[in-house]
Design a protein around this ligand. Structure first.
Ligand code: KG4
Length: 337
């Protein structure tokens, strides 16, 4: 019998449905809300929920049509249970529950960051032990995996996520949302001429981005008060150099402390061209292989949720219909719901 996983992702500003049939991606439909949120300079949670509600039906329909799938034939429904925006997550949950109830299909709750990590399986099969460098708008984590579905957080941010700091710095510089894309582009034309502090001086694997973000904002205000024009590209480059160096340093440190065969990048910030080139350069002459996800895998999608769902299906990790979302679900608790 065919194994068909229908996956739903709605944790932030993308409404997405994917169909994975016997391990092969048959449909990956995404409706992005970015243009709407751009007007506000960031994601407006209430608007995100409403748009998910408006779009989920059409996205589901398109994915079923594209993959020529009938709901009666679906083996399981995988959905993003968290982390993410509570209202946004709820729309995906309710869609999943409705289909589960009507068609009597098991439900599989999936951790959003596990999805970002497993997006790399569309490039090649993961090899363990590995280090997943999870860098996104809401999270910055080093996740150690000895095997499939075995997650250990060995480093995390003490305050802001790296993507959040990119977005805030971009906003102060008058750049459009999502800020990471704009800073990445501008930094290529800039020089590292502004002096900014390096965040954490400890020996840990943890991160801190709030101090760096505040330093940039304060410097911009000071320059403005002194009547100096901000060299936006230089500021972007100065900020990005430090933000990325922090990741590289922590990753290097982790490889000295843990047995690691492979490094995988995951999350929205893994689209960053400087991070991609720096991490590749750092490990090119080592035994550690670096896997860089294709750009389509770095933004939120349901294909990555389907991939995790496929592994969870093997373990029969099905949830009861009473399940709720968890906006701050920890990856280590991916099987507790
Ligand atoms: O993975 P994602 O959708 O966030 C969460 O699920 O939390 O990633 C969105 C984040 C935003 O902060 C955005 O600015 C950042 O990823 N981002 C980038 C780039 N493209 C997107 N940051 C740096 N460089 C990029 N090229």
């Amino acid at each position: 019998m065919d194994r068909i996983i229908l996956a739903i992702e709605s944790s932030c500003d993308e409404t997405a449905v994917a169909i994975l049939k016997n391990g092969e991606l048959k449909a990956n439909v995404i409706s992005s809300q970015i243009e709407v949120h751009q007007k506000y300079g960031g994601v407006m949670p209430e608007i995100a929920s409403r748009l998910h509600l408006e779009n989920i039906g059409a996205v589901l329909d398109e994915a079923l049509k594209k993959s020529e799938t009938k709901l009666e034939d679906v083996s399981a429904i995988a959905f993003t249970r968290g982390p993410g925006l509570i209202g946004a997550l709820h729309v995906g949950l309710q869609a999943a529950k409705t289909l589960s109830l009507i068609y009597n299909i098991p439900l599989i709750p999936v951790h959003h960051l596990a999805g970002h990590i497993y997006a790399n399986e569309y490039v090649e099969k993961l090899k363990f032990p590995l280090l997943a460098v999870v860098v996104s708008g809401g999270n910055t984590e080093l996740v150690y995996m000895k095997d499939h579905l075995d997650f250990e957080i060995i480093g995390e941010t003490k305050d802001d996520a790296i993507g959040e700091s990119y977005d805030k710095v971009a906003r102060v510089l008058g750049l459009p949302y999502p800020g990471g894309v704009a800073i990445d582009k501008l930094a290529k034309e800039g020089e590292h001429t502004y002096k900014l502090p390096t965040p954490l001086h400890d020996n840990s694997l943890d991160f801190s981005y709030s101090g760096l973000k505040t330093a940039v904002i304060n410097l911009i205000h000071k320059e403005e008060q002194n009547g100096n024009e901000i060299r936006v590209a230089d500021m972007a480059k100065s900020f990005q150099d430090i933000a990325v160096k922090e990741v590289i340093e922590r990753v290097k440190r982790a490889t000295e402390r843990y047995e690691i065969k492979e490094i995988v990048l995951a999350g929205g910030v893994s689209a960053n061209s400087y991070l991609r080139s720096e991490i590749t350069k750092t490990f090119e002459n080592s035994d550690i292989k670096v896997i860089i996800p294709p750009l389509w895998c770095t933004t939120d999608n349901a294909a990555m949720i389907a991939m995790v769902g496929n592994y969870l299906y093997d373990k029969k990790l099905f949830a009861p219909l009473s399940i709720g979302v968890d906006p701050s679900w920890k990856i280590e608790d991916f099987d507790k719901f």
